[in-house]
Write a protein that binds this ligand. Structure first.
Ligand code: GDP
Length: 473
């Protein structure tokens, strides 16, 4: 790549290294200082470009308070499998889509909008926390409110707890939808009581979390659920400046045979227009068409609106951020820069750079953080409680272990993505990681530690934590 950028032959560059006594093959990585030396040796002038130069001004444009206008809330539905997430998403969509409207055929684009009492709400159409966490792992905060679906005939289950922890880790407020209330065996109060144990305090239990009893199948109380969303949204005072260049996040993207790369983007600030030049993650393009969740072509998309974008050169990833730039040249420059960065990162990852307990410790030390985040999976609830108790005792005024998530069962992909977003280590006690989780951990460079003796586990964490106790400064 260095040869290519200097417009030299790779073999000449390799020869040069050979003369210096270094045997390299194409694809080997050299550091920036060496690259600079070589480039100068070949008669080129080197200009070091920092990320800030290329990416400057792309995101986080400061908006003046008076330019901010209210925007619709963006909602994700989470909860245990079979508790009715998909049914609820479908029911809400069908009950609140303006029927008989031209082009009123609903399209699945990954998110949709409904009206309630003249106000708009955006729903992310992929239920569950997997997509939510995958997005967060890429640095995207797309969700304002999480609806936690709990089936009243089943109550709190492992994925209910995971969802609670994911929402909490993201700082996203929860609204509880107690579903399947039509069933004779439904027991809403049991749900409320069990939620207490996971620090979700609903209003009738003296807390502040809104809860609504619903039936997705019968369509009961869907309007009350949407009212609760709007109420919560009012508290959050969600605002964005619609009168500037757009920023957003990719919700899903695919390569469509007829239409090329198609990405569904949630506009988060500004207004996106056809003809805009955008960068989306490592890709770029000129917006050829904007299509909403009803298949209608739009000229523009304001904040909180999900739209399909046509015209991208490549297919971005879910969770990639998008921004409008002033010219094609700049879009190309940024996307090339990012693609190079991504390649370098993947090389660095293969070299296994982060994720080990020790490295995590030294990272924590650098940031001065004195909490040690952990995800603990065990064979039975009893052993997890014993581990939590033992770790709790290890804590001092200076440093303590914080269990971000724990549960009985194998280590899954969802644990790995939560580890990635919360920068936690993963510990398996008498359990292993499944194949997908192992692959995900490897790709993300996250180490999973296995134990079958609590003493060993506690000892390791203790050693790691004492490394965190900084010498007196
Ligand atoms: P998900 O896995 O959370 O997306 O759950 P689904 O939406 O697929 O629902 C799982 C099952 O529960 C399906 O058979 C639904 O028909 C059923 N179900 C969902 N909501 C309700 C409800 O409100 N009442 C009843 N009786 N069944 C429901």
């Amino acid at each position: 790549e260095l040869a290519q950028r200097m417009a030299e032959r790779a073999v000449d560059v390799i020869k040069f290294f050979m003369k210096q006594g270094q045997m390299l093959k194409p694809g080997d990585v050299i550091d920036a200082d060496t690259a600079e030396l070589v480039a100068e040796e070949f008669g080129h002038t080197v200009k070091r470009v920092a990320e800030s130069d290329v990416e400057e001004g792309l995101f986080n444009v400061e908006d003046k308070a008076e330019d901010l206008k209210p925007r619709p809330p963006v909602v994700t539905i989470m909860g245990h499998v079979d508790h009715g997430k998909t049914s609820l998403l479908d029911a809400i969509r069908h009950a609140n889509v303006v029927s008989g409207e031209a082009g009123g055929i609903t399209q699945h684009i990954g998110a949709y909008q409904v009206e309630q009492g003249g106000q708009t709400i955006t729903f992310i159409d992929t239920p569950g926390h997997a997509a939510f966490t995958a997005m967060r792992a890429r640095g995207a905060e797309a969700t304002d409110i999480a609806i936690l679906v709990v089936a009243a005939d089943d109550s709190v289950m492992p994925q209910t707890i995971e969802s609670i922890n994911h929402a909490k880790a993201a700082g996203v407020p929860i609204i509880v939808a107690i579903n399947k209330i039509d069933k004779p065996e439904a027991d809403a109060n049991k749900v409320r009581t069990e939620l207490l144990q996971h620090e979700v305090f609903v209003e009738s239990m003296g807390g502040e979390v809104l809860d609504v009893e619903v039936s997705a199948v019968k369509g009961t109380n869907l309007d009350r659920l949407l009212e609760a969303v709007l109420l919560q949204s009012e508290v959050l005072e969600l605002k964005a400046n619609p009168d500037r260049s757009a920023e957003g996040v990719v919700i899903e993207a695919k390569l469509d045979r007829g239409r090329g790369s198609v990405a569904t983007v949630l506009v988060q600030a500004g207004t996106l227009h056809t003809g805009d030049i955008i960068v989306a993650g490592n890709e770029w393009g000129r917006v050829r068409a904007l299509v909403n969740d009803r298949g209608e072509q739009l000229k523009e998309a304001p904040p909180s609106m999900p739209v399909e974008i046509l015209g991208l050169q490549g297919t971005p990833l879910a969770g990639d951020r998008i921004a409008v730039v002033e010219s094609e040249a700049r879009a190309r420059e940024i996307s090339e820069y990012r693609q190079r960065l991504a390649r370098e990162k993947s090389v660095a990852r293969q070299a296994g750079q982060r994720g080990s307990l020790e490295q995590m410790m030294s990272q924590l030390q650098d940031t001065g953080l004195k909490e040690f985040p952990l995800i603990v999976k065990g064979d039975v609830q009893g052993s997890i409680e014993a581990i939590a108790g033992a770790l709790d005792k290890l804590g001092t005024d200076e440093v303590r272990a914080r269990i971000v998530h724990s549960g009985a069962g194998a280590i899954t992909e969802s644990d790995v993505s939560l580890a990635e977003t919360s920068e936690a280590a993963i510990i398996g006690f008498n359990v292993r990681a499944n194949k997908q989780a192992r692959d995900a951990a490897e790709a993300a460079g996250i180490e999973i530690r296995y134990y079958n003796i609590i003493y060993d586990l506690v000892d390791d964490i203790k050693a790691a934590m004492s490394g965190l106790l900084s010498p007196e400064r």
